[in-house]
Design a protein around this ligand. Structure first.
Ligand SMILES: Cc1cc2nc3c(=O)[nH]c(=O)nc-3n(C[C@H](O)[C@H](O)[C@H](O)COP(=O)(O)OP(=O)(O)OC[C@H]3O[C@@H](n4cnc5c(N)ncnc54)[C@H](O)[C@@H]3O)c2cc1C
Length: 384
């Protein structure tokens, strides 16, 4: 009978109740349960409380970057911004800075500082060569003036040579502070976003992988690991995995590896730190040091969907940890992990219709904590 056949095709081996409650056609189906998928769902639901909004996430937990990151609430270090200004028009650089600044404000409003342990400890750029430090220091006043037009704050960046010793670093030739940078607990942030979405009535289906997205004109059909799902509109929020589902040549996966130490008695550093134009980053958390990066020592190897750690990068991280960051402590490494980011030659997100009923909200780069919720808000505006 055609009717039974259709049901069988839609969702494999689920009861009538399960199909009706969990797999009924959605008004908005969101693929990916990271920060972008969750905030898109939250803002769509706030806009249309009665709409049926469903997130389909292939991991048991979100499994890309949103629960793997370093939790820096940052909008740019001097070295990074000067580098961007040398490659891109000033207006593009300022647009991205504004997106990051406004995105952080929106994230703090949506999650609440207490719910994600937001700490305004400030950020620091660490220089291991005098030449790089002098280049950045020379650009400080111009950059501060430029930034004031975007964030309305004076003297965001300041040279902080006298803090090098108090942080306990070795071989560091310069330090520049960003007074308005913060840090947060990534796990708490994501747990709050999940509960906020669920509280608004968003259904989150974990453990379902989407294999194909087909816009048939009147609706969108997802081929998934449990059968077909239908949505009137679909948002692809799979970031670094975007090209597995969409014909998007401009988003590449970029793996980022991390380690965290055992607790360190009398840990001297506090804040979020950037080194080597942001390719390395470290911070204090729960009396430990979390350190990540090093992708620039193996760009080819790190352009991958594989969420594994490698000796090349982990060795580079350890060298930096023991020689420069914690020469006085030498703690053991407690854990290591990797996440996948979405990057491209343009340093800005893609938030656009890719067909009549499908939106792509991808390519967050290394800035998704900062810009993710703003992108979610833009998705909701597109769906208005
Ligand atoms: C180690 C590391 C450190 C970082 N540090 C920072 C930082 O300090 N500050 C900052 O601003 N940014 C940081 N980032 C970047 C930031 O984490 C990301 O930009 C952001 O989390 C991206 O969010 P997203 O929702 O777009 O993507 P993701 O969080 O990657 O979410 C995409 C989701 O889609 C799911 N998915 C993919 N394909 C499918 C499919 N076919 N079917 C179903 N589900 C699918 C994935 O499982 C994943 O959960 C870091 C990233 C990493 C990896």
């Amino acid at each position: 009978m055609p009717k039974t056949k259709k049901l069988d095709k839609r969702v494999v081996n689920f009861s009538y109740w399960e199909q009706k409650q969990f797999f009924a056609p959605a008004d908005v189906l969101i693929i990916g349960g990271g920060i972008v998928g969750l905030t898109s769902a939250i803002f769509v639901k706030r806009q249309h409380p009665k709409s049926r909004v469903v997130i389909v996430e292939r991991g048991v937990l979100p499994s890309g970057a949103s629960t793997k990151n370093a939790g820096f609430a940052c909008f740019g270090s001097v070295g990074e911004i000067l580098d961007d200004l040398s490659k891109m028009p000033e207006s593009t650089v300022l647009d991205t800075l504004r997106l990051r600044w406004e995105g952080l404000a929106l994230l703090r409003e949506t999650v609440g500082d207490v719910n994600m342990d937001y700490r305004a400890y400030g950020g620091y750029e660490v220089f291991t060569t005098a030449k790089a430090f002098e280049r950045c220091e020379a650009g400080l006043s111009d950059l501060n003036r430029l930034l004031q037009t975007v964030i309305g704050k004076k003297k965001t960046y300041q040279s902080r040579m006298n803090s090098i010793e108090s942080f306990g670093f070795k071989g560091v030739k310069g330090l520049i502070q960003n007074r308005y940078e913060g840090q947060l607990d990534t796990g708490k942030m994501m747990a709050t976003l999940i509960s906020t979405a669920q509280h608004l009535g968003v259904l989150i289906l974990n453990g379902i992988a989407v294999d194909a997205v087909t816009d048939v004109g009147s609706k969108v059909i997802l081929n998934t690991s449990v059968g077909e799902l239908e949505g009137a509109k679909v948002v692809v929020a799979t970031n670094g995995f975007a090209k597995q589902l969409l014909q998007l040549k401009v988003v590449e996966p970029a793996r980022a590896q991390v380690l965290i130490t055992d607790p360190i008695p009398k840990l001297q550093l506090k804040g979020s730190f950037h080194l080597d134009e942001g390719y390395y980053y470290f911070r204090n958390i729960d009396g430990r040091v979390l350190l990540g990066g090093g992708r620039n020592s193996d760009f080819v190897g790190e352009t991958t969907f594989e969420m594994t750690i490698t000796p090349t990068i982990q060795t580079a991280l350890e060298k930096l940890l023991y020689k420069t960051i914690l020469p006085y402590a030498q703690p053991k490494v407690a854990m290591r992990w990797a996440g996948i980011m979405g990057v491209g030659t343009e340093k800005k997100p893609i938030v656009e219709w890719v067909s009549g009923r499908v939106i792509a909200a991808v390519r967050m780069g290394g800035m998704g904590v900062a810009i993710g919720s703003k992108v979610g808000q833009q998705v909701a505006l597109l769906l208005k």
